[in-house]
Design a protein around this ligand. Sequence first.
Ligand SMILES: [Zn+2]
Length: 434
Amino acid sequence: MHLLPSTVLLGLLATAPVFAADPATALQCGQLFDSRSGKLLEARTVVVRDGKVAEVLAGAVEVPGARSIDLSGHTCSPGWTDLHVHMGSESSPQSYSEGFRLDDTDYAFRSVGYARKTLLAGFTSVRDLGGEVAPKLRDAINQGLIDGPRIWAAGKSIATTGGHADPTNGYNSTLSHLLGPQGPTEGVINSVEDARQAVRQRYKEGSDVIKITATGGVLSYARSGDAPQFTIEEVRSIVDTAKDYGYRVAAHAHGEEGMKRAVLGGVTSIEHGTYMSDEVMSLMKQKGTWYIPTIYAGRFVADKAKIDGYFPDVVRPKAARIGALIQDTAGRAYRSGVKIGFGTDMGVGPHGDNAREFVYMVEAGIPAAVALQAATIRAAEVLGVTDQGVIEAGQRADIVAMPGNPLADIGAVLGVDFVMKDGAVYSQRGRAAQ
Ligand SMILES: [Zn+2]
């Protein structure tokens, strides 16, 4: 250790209390979204200390010793959570061939930018449902090496042979033979024993949550977007093994039969849920299963399917057919009383545009307050945590603010210009903090 001459040290101490604890911050919010009641509260001052909310005071209050941030004319909200993203990629017409050219490090560097955009859009937490980059990205963010949201990472999604997320779908026979059959290590299972091993492998790799692809998917290089792809016994084996490690299971599903097996098998959430029938909805209500619609991804792929050459021929009809239906399903599910969490499937669409999902939810007939709850207090329930999702004493200081009133005009969510995560300010008045 380098020793400072005592005079220099004394000089430092005299001018700056470098060893003092961080001063408190007082956010003077014009309005505050109370995610418990779904109502806006007028003029609140949120006092933040040591990364947590210390107290919430009525009115715009100057707190002695605290630095004030004037957010009058703004609505403050608990930081948002996107329950379905893929931080390691972003789709484009090149996505299908890039995998043969790029290395893991290329994807890792790209994810640094995606993480920052996501955070600055107001998303202080995400659940990454598939991608090998996410667990390491999570660690780099937690270590303060790069800026990004708090991440719950699934790591490699679990599929069956030829299913959505089998990593060698669409490969030619030479490559397929070279790589050999994919197994639980690569996230491909074909029995209850494989299912158990695949979950344990994810544990070994540092996952926080398990993702399965219960039916075919839109963007995979395979014909069916909705066929069931697991037996119910395989789903049960995954859910039971996941419990041993404290994991919850998220199930990608478009088709009805695969969705039914996933719900009966005990998964925590259904993702996309395109062909969700009344029967599946009542099963979900009985079992307390969450629905994460990802309307954004549906609209995005339906839109891109109109462009010649954007998707491979095998993908294009699935994107056109399935994508267009999700927004309608979200509205039906809400009206039937299924519990809804917020998710976009970003990585299909461009990272950083996540808040547009709120607008699509409202278009589907979901009240703005319910949509905001889906990304705050409800999202915390889906994750199984109790220290985020509301602005109350003792909670993590994850707070975002936007000009205007998102309950009166949901478009306000696209104008977030203040982002705080764990008490640190990442963006203020639209400018990223240095
Ligand atoms: Zn996804």
